[in-house]
Design a protein around this ligand. Structure first.
Ligand code: ADP
Ligand code: MG
Length: 257
């Protein structure tokens, strides 16, 4: 983990409401280059909303959210902030890969076509090059022999690995995972976590919302416990899991273990 470069993600006092419901009540955190941050917390604590703000699928109401020193969704000039254009937002989003609980693959496309789609359509990569890259990525997630399969012909674990390859195809500098194994049958969880572990070993910067405490402990560099729209506690995974300081963390960990 490098500490000499600027953080990949920096959140300062991030506030987000839906109507009158305050969902994020001032989130402060940083993610360093190459860091794997695991994010845990009860349902409704704002984890997904926070990831969606980083990816600009939701806009924030106050505070600052930077990815690589760039404000997400806004430009800062002379001390004032301006909303970015759609194309500038799309460019920012391209540097961030997101993997959801549900795989959201295009059902009418093969695994290979799913992985090629964004590079060809969005980044205008020539097809032969996109195909080669897609093959390499599917090999990386252990699916070299399933490039021609349609999503309906793949298990949930295989589909999720295609979804990871598809996110990697845009060569992101940051990967966001929102409960990537929660929809999977238990016997398929391991193959997806193994791919994520490999990514971490290759130095990818990752924020992972998960209930897999074993993964958090073994792969995570840091662990953040959120509850009620605030960061209650964060630190080294072994410390937070082994000796949580706050009652809310203790109560939550008591329930998930
Ligand atoms: P988590 O991922 O930790 O379970 P979420 O970020 O999904 O939590 O949700 C936090 C809170 O925000 C919940 O109370 C949820 O109902 C609410 N919420 C999330 N998205 C929306 C939305 N688009 N409109 C209104 N409320 C929302
Ligand atoms: Mg969620």
């Amino acid at each position: 983990m490098t500490t000499t470069t600027a953080p990949v993600v920096r959140a300062e006092g991030v506030l987000k409401s839906f109507g009158r419901t305050e969902v994020l009540k001032g989130i402060d955190l940083t993610v360093a280059a190459g860091e794997v941050m695991c994010l845990i917390g009860p349902s409704g604590s704002g984890k997904s909303t926070f990831l969606r703000c980083i990816n600009n699928l939701e806009s924030i109401d106050a505070g600052r959210l930077y990815v690589r020193d760039e404000l997400i969704g806004y430009a800062e000039r002379d001390g004032r902030v301006y909303e970015l254009t759609h194309s500038a937002i799309a460019r920012q989003r391209r540097g961030i890969g997101m993997v959801f609980q549900r795989f959201n693959l295009f059902p009418h496309m093969t695994a290979l076509e799913n992985v090629m789609e964004a590079p060809v359509q969005v980044a205008k990569v020539p097809r032969p090059e996109a195909r080669e890259r897609a093959r390499a990525l599917l090999t990386r997630v252990g699916l070299a022999d399933r490039t021609g399969s349609y999503p309906s012909q793949l298990s949930g674990g295989q589909q999720q690995r295609v979804a990871i390859a598809r996110a990697l195809a845009m060569q992101p500098e940051l990967m966001l995972f929102d409960e990537p194994t929660s929809a999977l049958d238990p016997e398929l969880v391991g193959e997806v976590l193994d791919v994520m572990r490999g990514l971490a070993e290759d130095g990818m910067t990752m924020i992972v919302v998960t209930h897999e405490m074993g993964f958090a402990r073994e792969v995570g560099d840091s662990l953040v416990f959120m509850d009620g729209g605030v960061v209650v506690e964060s630190g080294a995974p072994a410390d937070v899991l082994g000796s949580p300081r706050h009652g809310r963390t203790q109560a939550f960990l008591g329930k998930v273990r």
